[in-house]
Each structure stands twice: as C-alpha cells, then as structure tokens.
Design a protein around this ligand. Structure first.
Ligand code: SAH
Ligand code: SF4
Length: 386
C-alpha cells in the first residue's frame, strides 16, 4: 500500500498487519506520521529513529511514492502546471492522469487540486462536464497532489526550491499555503475521500495547513454542504453563475435538483460563515447569457445578508464550446455594479497566460485533459483568498 497520503487508521492497520505489538503502535504511528507528513520522507530508510527490521518490513509491503509528474510547465509569472499520473487503484484500473496547478504570490502559494477524474455533472460551460467520469480520486491521491507539489517546490525541511520561477519564501512562509478544490470533479460527490484528505492536510502533527486556507468549491450539492461545514470546517466556494432558476437550470443542471432558494439557504446555514469567513460566489462571465447590468443587480440582491465574496471568472472557451467570454467592457460594467455594492475587486488578474498556449506540449493522452489544464489556469483567477 502507498503510505504517503494514508490516514492514521490505515497506518495503524499496516503496523498491525506487520505484527507490531498493540502497545507499540501509537508510538510508531507518531513517528511514521512525522516522517511522512512533517519531514516529507520518500524512503523508509530515512526514518532514523525507527528500528531497521521494522523499516525493512514496511518497505517490503508498502511505499512512500507520490503521483508521478509526467510533465511540468512554468509560466513567466511563476504559475506551474503539472500533469500527474496516478498508479492503478485496483487491478482493472488503468490509472489516471490529472492536472494540478500552482499559483505563487509573494507571501503565499495556492495549489488547485482535483477531486475526481472527470465529473458526472454536466455544466454546459465546463469541459470537464463533457468527459465521462473515470473515477473518484482516493484520499491518498488527493493528499498526494499536495505532497508532490511540496517536493517539487522544496517546501519540506531540507528541500531546495526550484530556481526557474517564483516560489514564495521567507521566515514562516510556506510555498504551498493555500489549497483550493477547484480542479477536476465535484468534491462533494466524493465527500468521504475529500473529508479524509482534509483531515490529513490540516493535522497539526503533519502538514498542518489551516482550514481557513482550504477552500472547497461546489456546484451546489446542497445536502452535503452542512456536512462540509460540520466535518471539515473549510472555506466554501459556490459556483453560482446565474441569479434565476431557468438560466441556472441550463448552465448548472444540478440546479433542477437543488434550486437557487435551497442553495442560498444552505449558504446562510453554512457552519462558521461570517464576515471574517465569507463564502465565495463564483460567477463565470458568458457573453449575452448572464452578463447584463440587470443581472449584476440581481446578484447583489440575491447575496444580501449572506457573508459573501464575489469572483467574476472570464469564461475560458474550449473547442466547440457553446459560449463566448463577455467583452472586457461588459465585465468591467458588471464588476462596477458589484463593487459599488461593497464587494472589493471581484475580477482577479489572470495568471499563467503564457503557458496556456504551450498546453499542447504536455504529453497528456487526451485532448480533453489538456483543455482542462487551460481551464484550471483560467480558474486561477478565482483562487486568491485571504
Ligand atoms: N465542481 C466544482 C469544482 C470544480 S470547477 C464546481 O463546479 O464548483 C471550479 C470552477 O471553475 C467552478 O466555479 C466552475 O464553474 C469553473 N469553470 C468550469 N469551467 C469553466 C470555464 N470554461 N471557464 C471558466 N470557469 C469555468
Ligand atoms: Fe463538474 Fe464543476 Fe465542471 Fe460542473 S463546473 S461539470 S460540477 S467540474
């Protein structure tokens, strides 16, 4: 089994299976946990305070591997995009490839991770929605995206930061300080794996990421939203994209199941939401579809009383996509109405533009995956959280 990305109970089970006496397991777990998640160990042999025979037994049955970086692209502004290959999860699985994007700023770095390969929901503006769901990612595969990013960025003790681009540094500054679940897939349709991954990422004895610096984006899976708040206590982002049900039914078909009224109620009830911990509302700007001044005003009315941030995302077209991105003046007019209602600078500066063009150089098997990588870079518009 792959222990890099495993939770506490899986590691304890692995120790039990190796015959480690019950009374010793707690201590061994603490040691392994520290090496794997705090130190970023990639070999059991590096674990100097654990007895050799146990390390040998661990190495025989388990490994500390990460998803493989198949390709990497670095933008002039330091944005990095990795094509990652997951090993087969079971004998009939061919493995999977996903993209992971890193967006550095001077004092923080945000990693955009995937929760599924593909997506079962069919939002009409989203390319992932046109892919058949290959499968859910496992907890270890979700955590593995963070481990591989930290390896590459020299973010574990003793690591070396790459010299070919911006990686935030300085006293107490971490290269990967923020995580957004805005890659492929609907995280709330893979709830258990996402929850268990968040538990590992936020564990104080390991990666120790703050829950306030983890954002889960959902298209509006209402019944799971309160669970997310209660069991994960992360920040929430909601892909709204329309202010009335007939239009949202078309853009985000899940709206037919959970209409706007239910979605907004779930936001009002989201545990922990407050003015200091606002819910992010994502709104993709689709030319002539949802971008009129009247819709900007409707958006402001809809969010009244909800502790909200708004992120306007310029639509990123894909081959034969049925929409176009709103004109820049239209986005500015929309943004001004939202700004005048008290929401600060809702359109983010695009990042990683220059490597979009070079996307095709990635050795991705599927054109769809490459298109998805472009989307993810565009989505980096929305990830600059506080
Ligand atoms: N499934 C989740 C998270 C992944 S999508 C969700 O829907 O929220 C992350 C964000 O990218 C969502 O807000 C989604 O609506 C947006 N998005 C998808 N396709 C896009 C495109 N072509 N252009 C701009 N944003 C897009
Ligand atoms: Fe799935 Fe999100 Fe894309 Fe909709 S926008 S199809 S929920 S990944």
């Amino acid at each position: 089994m792959r222990l890099a990305g495993a939770g506490r109970s899986a590691i304890v089970q692995a120790l039990a299976d190796l015959g480690v006496p019950e009374g010793e397991r707690k201590m061994r777990l603490a040691q392994l946990w520290h090496w794997i998640y705090h130190r970023g160990a990639r070999e059991f042999s590096a674990m100097r305070n654990i007895a050799r025979p146990l390390l040998a037994a661990l190495a025989e049955r388990h490994d500390l591997g990460r998803p493989e970086i198949v390709a990497e692209q670095v933008s002039e502004d330091g944005t990095r995009k990795w094509l990652l290959r997951m090993p087969p999860a079971h004998p009939h699985d061919k493995g999977a490839e996903i993209e992971c994007v890193y967006i550095p700023e001077s004092d923080r770095g945000t990693l955009c991770v995937s929760s599924q390969v593909g997506c079962t929901l069919n939002c009409t503006f989203c390319h992932t929605g046109t892919m058949p769901l290959v499968r859910n990612l496992t907890t270890a595969e979700i955590v593995g995206q963070v481990l591989v990013a930290r390896d590459r960025l020299g973010d574990f003790p003793g690591g070396t930061a790459p010299t070919d681009g911006l990686v935030p540094s300085g006293e107490g500054v971490r290269a990967v300080s923020n995580i957004v679940f805005m890659g492929m897939g609907e995280p709330l349709y893979n709830f258990d794996a996402v929850r268990d991954a968040i538990a590992i990422l936020t564990d104080g004895d390991g990666l120790s990421l703050s829950r306030r610096r983890i954002t889960v984006s959902t298209s509006g899976v209402v019944p799971e939203m309160s669970r997310l708040g209660a069991e994960c206590a992360t920040m929430l982002a909601v892909s709204l994209h329309a202010t009335n049900n007939p239009l949202r039914d078309k853009l985000v078909p899940l709206n037919r199941k959970y209409p706007i009224e239910q979605l907004m109620q779930a936001c009002r009830d989201y545990p922990g939401a407050s003015n200091a911990r606002r819910i992010t509302f994502e709104y993709v700007m689709l030319k002539g579809v949802n971008d009129s001044p009247a819709e900007a005003r409707a958006l402001v009315r809809l969010l009244k009383g909800v502790p909200a941030k708004i992120n306007l995302i310029p639509f990123n077209p894909w081959p034969n996509s049925p929409y176009a991105c709103s004109d820049w003046e239209t986005i500015e007019r929309f943004s001004e109405i939202v700004f005048n209602a008290g929401y600060a600078s809702p359109v983010r500066t695009p990042r990683g533009r220059d490597i979009l063009a070079a996307c095709g150089q990635l050795k991705s098997e599927s054109e769809k995956l490459r298109a998805r990588a472009r989307l993810m870079l565009e989505e980096s518009l929305v990830v600059g959280q506080e």
